[in-house]
Design a binder for this molecule. Sequence first.
Ligand SMILES: *[C@@H]1O[C@H](CO)[C@@H](O)[C@H](O)[C@H]1NC(C)=O
Ligand SMILES: *[C@@H]1O[C@H](CO)[C@@H](O)[C@H](O)[C@H]1NC(C)=O
Ligand SMILES: *[C@@H]1O[C@H](CO)[C@@H](O)[C@H](O)[C@H]1NC(C)=O
Ligand SMILES: *[C@@H]1O[C@H](CO)[C@@H](O)[C@H](O)[C@H]1NC(C)=O
Ligand SMILES: *[C@@H]1O[C@H](CO)[C@@H](O)[C@H](O)[C@H]1NC(C)=O
Length: 425
Amino acid sequence: MARSLNTVLVHCVVSVTLLWRRGSAFVCSSEWQDFCPANGSKQTGCTPYNLLPPEVDWLQLRKRLVKEMFGEDYLPMDNRPHSVTHTVVPHRFPDCLAALPRWGTSPATVCEKLIPVTEIVWQMTARLNATYAKNITSKVFLTLNSSGWAPGYSIWGADEPEAPEPPHRGKTLVIFHHGHGGSKGCPNYGDTDGTGDWLNQLGMDVATMMMPFFDCNTMVHQPGSLHAWFKLFEDQRIPWVRFFLEPVIKTINFAKERLGYERVILAGLSGGGWTTTLVAALDPRIELSIPMAGSIPCDFRLTSKDFEQFCNLHWTGIGNYTALYVLAALEPHRTSLQLLHEADPCCFHGCGRHRRIQEYGDFVRARSAGHFRTVVTEGNLHLVNPREKIIIGTLLYKMARGQAVTAADLLTPFDLLREVDAIYS
Ligand SMILES: *[C@@H]1O[C@H](CO)[C@@H](O)[C@H](O)[C@H]1NC(C)=O
Ligand SMILES: *[C@@H]1O[C@H](CO)[C@@H](O)[C@H](O)[C@H]1NC(C)=O
Ligand SMILES: *[C@@H]1O[C@H](CO)[C@@H](O)[C@H](O)[C@H]1NC(C)=O
Ligand SMILES: *[C@@H]1O[C@H](CO)[C@@H](O)[C@H](O)[C@H]1NC(C)=O
Ligand SMILES: *[C@@H]1O[C@H](CO)[C@@H](O)[C@H](O)[C@H]1NC(C)=O
């Protein structure tokens, strides 16, 4: 009796959840009426935002943003982490042939190899007043090019391949920022959805990072509400955006000055895409930035629910998102590729917005000497999708081979924006 009641209850909960989900499901419409005026409107998600003059001194604007976000005239120069720890983590080759039952081997270990992981820890002190301060920890997991590594099995009695090369360091580093993602391997690895591993297999060294207070950066005494916590700093004009950007900038310092990396590429998903856009705007050492589903200008409706991404913060009165896109491609040797998903149910979808996305792209291209493009790919998930992986992989390889990225490299048949469709039709 008790059991059947439970079953009924479970069914009820499941149906209610499904109904609730169905009720609030994201509907991709080609007729989105989501332009928001600068003084806001009654539409949900149309909050007031700062309007900026169309013509500005971009270098001056970058300096003012650095001052606003860091409280100093220069980006942090520190290249000495709080700690650097080397570990090894078992890596499972997902489609290892030896895992097939007919091979007769034990799949639990035969497809596994140990890969080296370096954990780099940064600490920042967030001081609000004389009596309240908090140390924020930000972790980075460095994993290396594993394209020559191979699962340990023999095929017809011979090792395949004969002499696999263990993961080793190259000259190009990809910083991949997972945003608010929760990882499977934390605290050892921090690779939320396997993007880090995919990049390693592709041949890249990867520094995996995430938002402060999230995932591997979770602290024992977390602030109760992050929204309220950051607002305390914002209200008192104490620089706080730095808590998000500083660990990335220091990781670049460490990578270039201490580890000898020649090129650093910054990419990220969601909150990591937002972080990518901000850091790339401020730090010209980033030659290629790839923010994914991380921001859209504030005249689009419902831009974000995360406090740090709000459109009325003090920093947005200096430079808005469009301005950040200009800065990420300002110098001739730099490229910024913004990736959005057509039907992303979480954030920054492309559907119904193609024309206006092209318009801000034109604005950015007219003001930057480097390359900028927004590519909207098919996709209804808030994840790095296979189409994006092809686009990203190609750009990364050009960079790793020391070849210049051209505007044509950003044209792809996966792009749903009409202008590009015309080129390929
Ligand atoms: C915004 O400005 C317009 C034009 O001045 C005005 O009609 C409208 O009421 C204002 N909206 C809000 C939410 O203040
Ligand atoms: C963003 O800033 C640019 C340049 O300062 C300006 O032309 C544009 O209208 C602004 N867009 C929004 C949505 O505030
Ligand atoms: C410092 O900030 C904390 C947290 O908001 C607050 O509880 C405390 O009263 C403040 N102290 C002073 C001296 O302002
Ligand atoms: C933060 O870390 C520094 C250096 O490790 C330490 O001296 C300080 O007491 C810490 N502050 C807080 C608020 O934990
Ligand atoms: C990655 O490692 C493999 C095997 O050692 C090497 O052949 C390849 O050039 C490396 N890839 C890059 C981009 O450096």
